[in-house]
Every structure is written in C-alpha cells, then in structure tokens.
Design a protein around this ligand. Structure first.
Ligand code: NAP
Length: 227
C-alpha cells in the first residue's frame, strides 16, 4: 500500500473482540491502526498482542480513546450499545470533519435474539443525532462475527454499508475490502435499521442451528472489487 492510500484508523473499544479483529485485518492491509481504550495499558497490551501476529512493517498503537480519535482520519466504534451514547458524547468535538464507522448493534440483553431498535431508529442514526452533520457516519460490520476476523481465512459473509453520503459509503467499502470482505452500498443511513436488526436474526439462527458465526451473502449481482 502506498502512502496516499494508507489511512490512520482509530478503533474505539478496539481492545474488544470485534475491534481487535478489524484492527488485525487493517494493519495487515498496511493501514496505521490506533487501538483506543478507556484504559491506555489495556490498549497497549492489545496493540502488542496484535503486533506479534503481524510482520514488522505493520503499524499498530494503543492509546486512550480521545487521543486515538483525534489522531485518526477514520474512526471506528466497537463498544457495547450500553456505552454507545456516552462514548460519542465525550468525543463529539474530536470526531467533527471525520468519517465514523459505527459497528455497534443496539442489543438489549437478555433478549438479544429480538430486534429492539432505539427511538432514533438505529444506533447509527442515534450517532448522527449526537454528533450532528459535521460527521459522516456509516453502519458496517454488524453482521460479521468476530470469529471470522482475527485469522487469515477467507470470509464468505458480506458486509452491508449504509450511511450519510455515497462518498462515505464508498470510503467505507474500500476499508471493508481492505479487511478482505465484500462490501455492498446498502443506501442511506435510515437503512442501518435493517443492518443492525439483522444481527439479532443471525444470533437467533446461531442459537437454533448450533453455530456461532452465521452471516449473510448477497446473490444475483456481479461485483468488481474497488481496491
Ligand atoms: N463480537 C462480535 O462478533 C460482534 C459482531 C458484530 C458487531 N458487534 C458489535 O460490536 C460492538 C463491540 O462488540 P464486542 O463483542 O467487541 O464487545 P466487547 O468485547 O464486549 O467490548 C468492546 C470494548 O468496549 C469497551 N467497553 C466496554 N464497556 C464499556 C463502557 N461502559 N464504556 C466504554 N467502553 C466500554 C471495552 O474497551 P476498554 O475496556 O478497553 O475501554 C471493550 O474491550 C458491540 O456493539 C457489538 O454488538 C460485535
């Protein structure tokens, strides 16, 4: 990857299961990854753990969430829904002018197999309400189990991307492809209700059919990679 294509990506809550998997795949693709955490030593440990799995040219650092958000071109949010609002409110200023990729699923334990969307429509729309129009926001990766990410096997599940503009969706799809997955432009931010809601359906399918990583695949369309 050349300097022009390489991005600095902050993953807030990147010490967790989904965030670490995405960090691994983007660092491997040549992007600079900043793992964000509420606790810097935890972020440093996660960065060190991932660095050991990657070659010496990979760039991966651990920071507190606000510093990671400030230093990044693109910010990815991978925290439990219960922490979604507070995390975004505390980082509102540093996110202005950036692209936020929101991976959060608004699950309401214990009934995580039932779709229970927030009053804004979806977590991604809630992020829009909190952050305002100065931040481009996309929903993506909600339907990809972390089990697929922290390893090198080909992932056959697809990623639906909805968001505030075609440009933001295109930029997000480039990162989906950098992570080794196929991304689809799934339309405006209002459509994130379907993407986020689908996760409860997949959790239910996992439970009923004895899996841990059900996913979705778009069929009937030929798609060229954009990277
Ligand atoms: N796991 C999956 O397979 C998967 C798949 C698709 C989507 N998602 C969605 O992605 C998000 C993250 O999932 P995950 O499984 O990675 O979650 P997780 O491992 O439980 O948590 C991720 C990180 O969030 C931070 N966090 C936890 N509680 C917090 C709080 N009260 N305030 C601020 N930060 C907090 C923690 O980081 P620090 O302690 O370092 O701050 C934690 O390491 C969720 O919304 C989930 O629904 C997950």
């Amino acid at each position: 990857m050349n300097e022009t294509n390489s991005k600095t990506i902050a993953i807030l809550g990147g010490t967790g299961k989904e965030g670490k998997g995405l960090a691994y795949r983007w660092a491997k693709a040549g992007h600079k990854v900043l793992i964000g955490s509420r606790t810097p030593p935890k972020a440093l440990n996660a960065a060190a753990e991932l660095s050991q799995m990657l070659d010496s040219t990979s760039r991966i650092e651990g920071l507190d969430n606000p510093t990671a958000a400030m230093q990044a071109d693109i910010v990815v949010l991978t925290v439990p829904y219960a922490a979604h609002r507070a995390t975004l409110e505390s980082l509102k200023d540093s996110l202005q002018g950036k692209l936020l990729i929101d991976v959060t699923v608004p699950l309401v334990p214990p009934k995580v197999r039932k779709v229970q969307m927030p009053p804004a429509g979806s977590a991604t729309q809630e992020a829009r309400e909190i952050l305002g129009e100065g931040v481009e926001i996309c929903a993506a990766f909600q339907n990809i189990s972390h089990e697929h990410l922290l390893q090198d096997a080909t992932v056959t599940c697809d990623v639906l991307v909805s968001g505030t503009s075609p440009e933001a969706r295109a930029e997000t799809i480039i990162l989906v492809e950098a992570a080794g997955l196929t991304g689809w432009d799934a339309g405006p931010i209002e459509n994130s209700v379907v993407i986020e809601g689908l996760t409860s359906v997949l959790i239910g399918i996992n439970k009923k059919y004895g899996s841990t990583h059900a996913g979705i695949k778009i069929t009937g369309v030929k798609k060229q990679s954009t990277v």
